[in-house]
Design a binder for this molecule. Structure first.
Ligand SMILES: Cc1cc2nc3c(=O)[nH]c(=O)nc-3n(C[C@H](O)[C@H](O)[C@H](O)COP(=O)(O)OP(=O)(O)OC[C@H]3O[C@@H](n4cnc5c(N)ncnc54)[C@H](O)[C@@H]3O)c2cc1C
Length: 383
C-alpha cells in the first residue's frame, strides 16, 4: 500500500534525497535485514554506504561535509530507513546523536579534524551517557575524569552503549566536578584508547544486529583538547543532544509502524475466512483504520516538533511528546499487526513478530516513556 503523504517536502533536493533513500533502502537494506538480524551481525558496510551517499550527516553544515537539510527532511529519511530495517535507522539516529556534541559545541579545529569523516560515514560514533546504576537519572553518574597534565584520566563504567565495540569514537559524559548536573563534562575519545574496554554484548529482545554493551573505562587517557564545551557543560550538551535524538527515535517509530500496517493490510486483503478477505470484517478493518490514523498523528506530531527546531524555536517538550506518542503507536500497531496475521503473525516466516520485539526498545531508549511524561509534566507545571 502506498503511504498517504500530505507532507510536502520543502525543496526538489529534499525530494531527490527521499527518492535516493527509497532506492538504497530497497537495494541495500531489504535483501539483508533478515539474515543480519538472525546472525546478530552489525551491517557496518551498509552504514558506510549510507554515509557515502550523504545520508549520515543530513542535518549538519555542508562546510563539514553535512547535508545542510532541515531536520524534517532528515526525519523523513530516517522513517524510510526504519520501514526497511530498524537497526540501520537506529544506527543512523544514534550516530547523528553522537555527532551533535562535536558539531554544536566543538571548536573549529575540533570540528575540522573529525566531523567530515564522521558525517561521511568513514568513522562511526557512540553516545555514552547511561550507567549500570541508572539511565533515567544521568545527573547521578559516577564515571569520573581527573585532569592529569594535558589529559583526563577516565574511570568508571557506561552501560547499554549502542555501537559498543564497533564505534570509532565515544562521546563520554563524565564527572569532572562535584555532584549533580553541573559537575559533568563531555569528552570525545578514540575507541582504541588504552583503558577503554567494551564488554560482552547484551543479548537483546530485538534489534539483534545492533551491538549494545557496557564499556569499562580503566584510567583511559583522553587529551584535554578532546573536551567538547566547557568543564561542567556536559549535562546540558547531553540533554540538548537528546532533544534532537528523541525526534530521530520518533521518526524510527513512525517508519516501523508504517511497515507493520502496510504488511498487515496486504496480508488481510489476501487472506480469506468465511468466504471473504478478512480485512472486510469490521473487527480487522477497524483495527487497521485505527493504526493508520495513529500513524498519521504520530508523523504529524514528529514533523511539527521538527519544524519548531528548524525555525530555531524551543522544541524540547514537543520532542518529548513526539517520542512518547510515536513509540507507543509503534508498539500498538506492531502488536496489532501480529494479531491481524493470526497464527502466522507469531512465527518468523513473517517479519511482524520481529517488528513487535523491535518496537519495545523504542519506548525505552533516549529516556523511557515515563521520563518523556516527566519532561512534559514539568513543562506544564512551569506554566
Ligand atoms: C537497546 C538499548 C540501547 C541503548 N543505547 C544507549 C546508548 O547508546 N547510550 C546510552 O547512554 N544509553 C543507551 N541505552 C540506555 C537507555 O537510555 C536506558 O535504558 C534508559 O534511559 C532507562 O534507564 P535504565 O535502563 O537504567 O532504567 P531505570 O532508570 O532504572 O528505570 C527503571 C524503570 O523506572 C522508571 N522510572 C525511572 N525514573 C522514573 C521517574 N522519575 N518517574 C517515573 N518512572 C521512572 C523507568 O521509566 C523504568 O520503567 C540503551 C538501552 C537499550 C535497551
Amino acid at each position: 500500500m502506498a503511504t498517504q503523504d500530505p507532507w510536502t517536502l520543502p525543496t526538489p533536493e529534499a525530494h531527490d534525497l527521499l527518492e535516493l533513500t527509497r532506492e538504497l533502502a530497497g537495494k541495500e537494506l531489504g535483501p539483508r535485514v533478515e539474515e543480519y538480524e538472525q546472525r546478530g551481525e552489525f551491517p557496518r558496510e551498509v552504514i558506510r554506504t549510507l554515509g557515502r551517499a550523504g545520508l549520515l550527516g543530513l542535518p549538519y553544515p555542508s562546510r563539514f561535509g553535512g547535508g545542510h537539510q532541515p531536520y524534517q527532511v532528515y526525519l523523513r529519511v530516517l522513517e524510510v530507513l526504519a520501514s526497511r530495517w530498524l537497526a540501520v535507522a537506529e544506527a543512523v539516529s544514534v550516530h547523528t546523536l553522537a555527532c551533535y556534541p562535536l558539531a554544536s559545541y566543538g571548536t573549529d579545529a575540533q570540528r575540522e579534524a573529525l566531523l567530515p569523516d564522521l558525517l561521511g560515514g568513514e568513522l562511526l560514533g557512540a553516545y555514552c551517557l547511561s550507567e549500570p546504576a541508572g539511565g533515567s537519572d544521568p545527573a547521578a553518574m559516577t564515571t569520573r575524569a581527573v585532569r592529569d597534565g594535558d589529559s583526563y584520566l577516565v574511570t568508571g563504567t557506561k552501560a547499554w552503549i549502542t555501537h559498543a565495540g564497533v564505534a570509532d569514537f565515544y562521546n563520554i559524559f563524565c564527572r569532572t566536578g562535584g555532584p549533580g548536573a553541573r559537575g559533568v563534562s563531555c569528552l570525545l575519545a578514540d575507541a582504541d584508547t588504552p583503558g577503554i574496554v567494551p564488554q560482552a554484548r547484551e543479548k537483546t529482545m530485538g534489534l539483534r544486529s545492533s551491538p549494545v554493551a557496557q564499556i569499562a573505562f580503566d584510567g583511559a587517557r583522553v587529551p584535554a583538547d578532546r573536551r567538547l564545551g566547557d568543564e561542567g557543560e556536559g549535562f546540558d550538551i547531553a540533554m540538548r543532544a537528546l532533544d534532537s535524538g528523541r525526534l530521530g527515535i520518533a521518526a524510527c517509530a513512525v517508519g516501523l509502524a508504517q511497515a507493520a500496517l502496510d504488511y498487515a493490510v496486504e496480508y488481510t486483503r489476501q487472506r480469506s475466512q468465511f468466504g471473504r478477505p478478512v480485512i472486510e470484517f469490521q473487527g480487522v478493518g477497524f483495527l487497521l483504520a485505527d493504526a493508520a490514523t495513529q500513524i498519521s498523528a504520530a508523523r504529524a506530531l514528529t514533523l511539527a516538533a521538527a519544524s519548531l527546531r528548524d525555525a530555531g524555536q524551543p522544541y524540547s517538550t514537543e520532542a518529548a511528546k513526539a517520542k512518547l506518542f510515536a513509540t507507543d503507536v509503534a508498539m500498538r500497531v506492531t502488536t496489532d499487526a501480529v494479531q491481524a496475521l493470526g497464527g502466522y503473525g507469531y512465527v518468523t516466516d513473517h517479519p511482524v513478530e520481529r517488528w513487535m520485539r523491535e518496537a519495545k526498545v523504542l519506548q525505552i531508549v533516549e529516556g523511557t516513556n515515563q521520563i518523556q511524561r516527566l519532561v512534559i509534566a514539568r513543562a506544564l507545571a512551569r506554566g
